[in-house]
Design a protein around this ligand. Structure first.
Ligand code: SF4
Length: 342
């Protein structure tokens, strides 16, 4: 069975939908997965090996479920993707001046004749509005008559090094990326109705490290972009949290390590990870920060027992035997550490 895989490359999670077409040409969903991603920051590959390993884990899991999709569609945002409005104009080719599909193809080619910088490539060209002999606001001119045909379109540029890196990674895994879709457009295809796009709508997709935006009005794409700021910049910023949150859950390797009302967490910090985070906060000029030693392990290579034990200054053999439970240490205050109650 021919299947198609849609793959959302999130900074924290990969989200995949595997589908096929039934005999009566209806779409059928075969599998939906959300799995930890790796090697990505703000939509760009920053650790190639980690990215390949994370993608391989997902493909292996699909294989174990009996699926080996050949066609992969991937969304891309990342750094330096941007959109431009381009215009093109041609004379209608047929002698009787009827506008044909051939004219549309020629016009779209014209709109792509832009100066791209060496590290950019065209991801999409989206017709916005046609004009036939200066009659503007035309959505589909095929079959109409005229002499001059114009098009205003939206051109989406992708960042070539990142696109090449992603393609190379999937080639290494013996998969071919069929198409890359600009993230804000992928979101609008799946989430917005035609009616919403006609009336006017802004789609904001707030991810962990990036946010994508697409704005439509009168059925036309007005703008789309991806910004390197996401929920993590709010939820992972202790300075913001200390001012705005009522309760805080400090997480590490997908586990809640400490959970408490904000004032208790800052005044009576109990978990070594939270203590490390607070020590690494910039407080006063001239005071050097103390980062937590080591790096966050990638999923699949967490240490046994406490997931923080490889980086914890207080770790002992006891910490590596069994993963600690999240235990209550005071009213409304919980911590996951073997020393929390001592
Ligand atoms: S359980 Fe051990 S390694 Fe984990 S945070 Fe507590 S002291 Fe550190």
């Amino acid at each position: 069975m021919k299947s198609i895989l849609g793959w959302d490359l999130g900074n924290q999670n990969f989200r995949l939908v595997l589908g096929t077409q039934t005999k009566d040409f209806k779409p059928q969903i075969l599998a939906v997965l959300e799995r930890p991603s790796g090697g990505l920051t703000k939509g760009a590959v920053v650790d190639y090996e980690e990215f390949v390993q994370a993608a391989d884990r997902v493909l292996e899991e699909l294989k174990s479920l009996g699926y080996s999709p050949k066609h992969i569609f991937i969304n891309v945002a990342g750094p330096h993707s941007n959109i431009k409005v381009t215009k093109g104009m041609i004379g209608v080719s047929r002698a009787d001046n009827e506008i044909s599909e051939f004219d549309i193809e020629q016009l779209i080619q014209k709109c792509q004749e832009v100066n791209l910088t060496h590290n950019k490539t065209i991801l999409h060209i989206i017709p916005r509005e046609y004009a036939v002999d200066d009659l503007r606001g035309i959505k589909d001119p095929v079959g109409m008559h005229g002499i001059k045909l114009e098009l205003e379109s939206v051109l989406v540029e992708g960042f070539l090094p990142n696109i090449k890196t992603i393609s190379k990674a999937f080639n290494e895994l013996k998969k071919k990326v069929e198409t890359m879709v600009f993230t804000p457009l992928a979101g609008s295809r799946s989430s917005l109705s035609k009616k919403q796009q006609e009336v006017g709508v802004a789609l904001v997709d707030l991810g962990a490290e990036s946010t994508s935006l697409a704005v439509f009005e009168d059925g036309k794409l007005l703008t789309a972009n991806s910004f390197p700021i996401g929920a993590n910049h709010i939820t992972h910023d202790l300075a913001i949290i200390s001012e705005h949150a009522e309760r805080v859950a400090v997480m590490y390797a997908g586990r809640i390590m400490e959970l408490a009302p904000t004032d208790k967490l800052f005044k009576n910090t109990r978990h070594p990870y939270t203590i490390g985070l607070i020590k690494s906060m910039p407080e006063k000029k001239g005071i050097s920060l103390k980062p937590i030693a080591g790096f966050i392990p990638s999923p699949g290579s967490y240490p046994s027992g406490c997931k923080f034990s490889d980086r914890c200054e207080l770790a002992t053999g006891e910490c590596r035997v069994k993963e600690p439970e999240l235990v209550k240490i005071a009213e409304d205050h919980f911590a996951r550490c073997v020393k929390a109650l001592k």
